[in-house]
Design a protein around this ligand. Sequence first.
Ligand SMILES: O=P(O)(O)OC[C@H]1O[C@](O)(CO)[C@@H](O)[C@@H]1O
Length: 396
Amino acid sequence: MPDVSHARDETVADAPPILGNVPGSYALTVFRERHPALIRQVREALPYTPDRRQALDRLLDEVVRDVMEPLGPSAHDGAAWAEWGRDKIGRRWVDVPFLWAESYFYRKLLEATGYYGDGPWRGVDPFGPVKQAELTGSVVDGELAALDETAALPPGERAQALLLGSLWGNRADLSFTLTLSGDRERVSGLVVDDSALLWSLLRDRPPGRVCLVADNAGRELLPDLVLADHLLAEGLAREVVLHVKPAPYFVSDATPADVLACLRRLAAAPGRAGEAGARLWHAMEEGRLTLRAHPFACAPLPYRDMPDDLREEFAAASLTVTKGDLNYRRLVGDRMWPPTTPFAAVTGYFPGPVVALRTLKSDALVGVPERTLAGLDATGRPWRTAGTHAMIQGRP
Ligand SMILES: O=P(O)(O)OC[C@H]1O[C@](O)(CO)[C@@H](O)[C@@H]1O
């Protein structure tokens, strides 16, 4: 019997989850290449003490042997992970759902670095050095200065430019770039473009609360904050709630500390960027820009399984905007949907209007017209996973 509990406008049967054990698949390369490379990068980024280095070496061995071991007995969230992983821990990383196993990998990485331990590494973000290097780099100076050019645009074009800035900011993802080299081409035509829906959801109703579910810090979060400023300053949102991760995750995912670092970076910038930073600073002081770091944001689960308090939060929003590939995967359940499956049918469980902004970096994909698919497939390029293509996809 197909599971149709999440269907909205029409019913769809669940597709199988994406797994890592398919030869030649994108997911398999994440386990075989990216995770070992990431452990090595983390090991070199900070002067970890012998106990932490040994723990990182053990994790590397676990990843290479390809058997998921349980968390240690002192893990504060050990019971939750044991329950979530009841039929998974002890198996091969690649044999359980990709979303689950990747999430568990990041939890294990934090265990290895002592992020939750009692020692001196408690609370030290293992990805801090790469995040900081990006935020303080000169590329960011140029991107912030470019905001001045949008000021001369007519209002509609300016709004669209800021939306696209936030969308393409998703290419700046430090986990994704880890095993890539060189500049990747950016294909300007969107695979799906529901931006008109997004603007009508904001403009055709009294300003409400917009939930912006952020993804990466630094070069993605900065344009997200600029977009949030635009919504507040133009009266398109009464309040913006920025959802971030409570702990380091998927390398560059934004935490509250990253938001504050970005706000300081914006506020210190010259020109339009600095003005936006100052407005956002005040908006936060006045409670019009708020932060949420719900534990579910780092759970290995799709949004369909969100807890009631989060469901109520999204239900109360006039619009939820999700950023990035991982949030998209969680929205659509990280399953091998036929890519023409309607987005509204797959996300019917979501408690309110939702629009996803995403560059495509994994196989999860729905709502793409047949003709678009045929044209993109005919290019013979890995357009679904290379991060070169983007989409804005939503439903009221
Ligand atoms: O930062 P984003 O856009 O969520 O992308 C993270 C992406 O990184 C990967 O996990 C690879 O590690 C993708 O599969 C994933 O969706």
